[in-house]
Design a protein around this ligand. Structure first.
Ligand code: NAD
Length: 263
């Protein structure tokens, strides 16, 4: 008996060259899904593709900037051209971007974060919908505790606005797409050990606005006293992608070891 939960399914995963997206790609592939690996960094997704293939799975790797509508549309077309269908979309690519007080935030820094984190999500969902409509499906969006429960990420006004926007967008989409049996949910991670710091630019002006916060025993993650792992998040993505969550839509799910309740 074949117990793989996503056998025969096709998934489109953005930001799958690193961190949460990579872990989700490996986990979903392990459960039988064929994976369209989408990332700005083509070398990284090529490595993930090889890892999936070595484990007996199927994947294609595409070098795509999710903030560019032409590239996203083409990427969806390539996945459809390869496997003829689409069932699961994980809109996950994102950056922290430039952290600065609002009065010092440059317009281009604001726009870059919004266009990758929020507009990138819109574009990924938009171009996937015509294909998901054929058989129903599951869309999962990576938001954050920031912008939803936590507002103490000083200098992260663009990031938090994008992350809050993703949850509003997810709820609009869930209602709009329910008639096509397309479920749409968001995950809101707390600190997870990934390479996200490489996309973070701290400006010296931050010193003007930071309010020091002290956590009990020095730890801000009560459950495990440390950040979560991409693998833990990948298991949540698997649940939301699978039939086991088939009555869940329009919901943000926090995965943060209670970090957001403390902050
Ligand atoms: P990561 O940096 O390890 O991975 C992000 C991936 O997205 C990278 O491979 C990067 O190349 C890709 N990417 C960036 N800009 C892109 C673009 N324009 N087009 C295509 N791909 C692009 O970080 P991660 O932590 O795995 O981040 C994944 C998501 O998780 C992000 O949306 C992030 O905001 C969110 N998140 C992360 C944390 C955390 O603590 N790590 C917490 C909450 C939310």
């Amino acid at each position: 008996m074949n117990l793989k939960r996503l056998q025969g399914k096709v998934a489109f995963i953005t930001g799958s060259g690193s961190g949460i997206g990579k872990a989700a790609a490996l986990r979903l592939a392990e459960e039988g899904a064929k994976i369209g690996l989408i990332d700005l960094k083509g070398d990284n997704v090529n490595k993930v593709k090889r890892q999936i293939e070595e484990a007996g799975g199927e994947a294609i790797a595409l070098d795509v900037d999710v903030s560019d509508p032409v590239q996203v549309k083409q990427a969806v077309k390539e996945v459809i051209g390869t496997w003829g269908k689409l069932d699961i979309v994980f809109a996950n690519a994102g950056i922290n971007g430039t952290l600065a007080p609002i009065e010092d935030m440059e317009m281009e820094d604001w726009s870059k974060t919004i266009s990758i984190d929020l507009t990138g999500t819109f574009l990924t969902v938009k171009y996937a919908i015509p294909h998901l409509k054929e058989n129903g499906g599951s869309i999962i969006i990576t938001s954050s505790i920031n912008g939803n429960r936590v507002f103490s990420g000083f200098g992260m006004s663009a990031y938090s606005t994008a992350k809050a926007g993703q949850v509003a967008f997810m709820q609009m989409a869930a209602l709009e797409l329910a008639q096509y049996k397309i479920r749409v949910n968001a995950i809101c991670p707390g600190a997870i050990s990934t390479h996200i710091d490489q996309s973070t630019k701290r400006t010296p002006e931050l010193d003007k606005i930071e309010i020091p916060i002290e956590f009990p025993k020095g730890g801000s993650q009560p459950l495990e006293d440390g950040p979560g792992s991409p693998k833990q998040v990948a298991n949540l993505v698997l649940f939301l992608a699978s039939e086991e969550s088939n009555h869940i839509t329009g919901t943000p799910i926090y995965i943060d070891g209670a970090e957001s309740l403390l902050r």
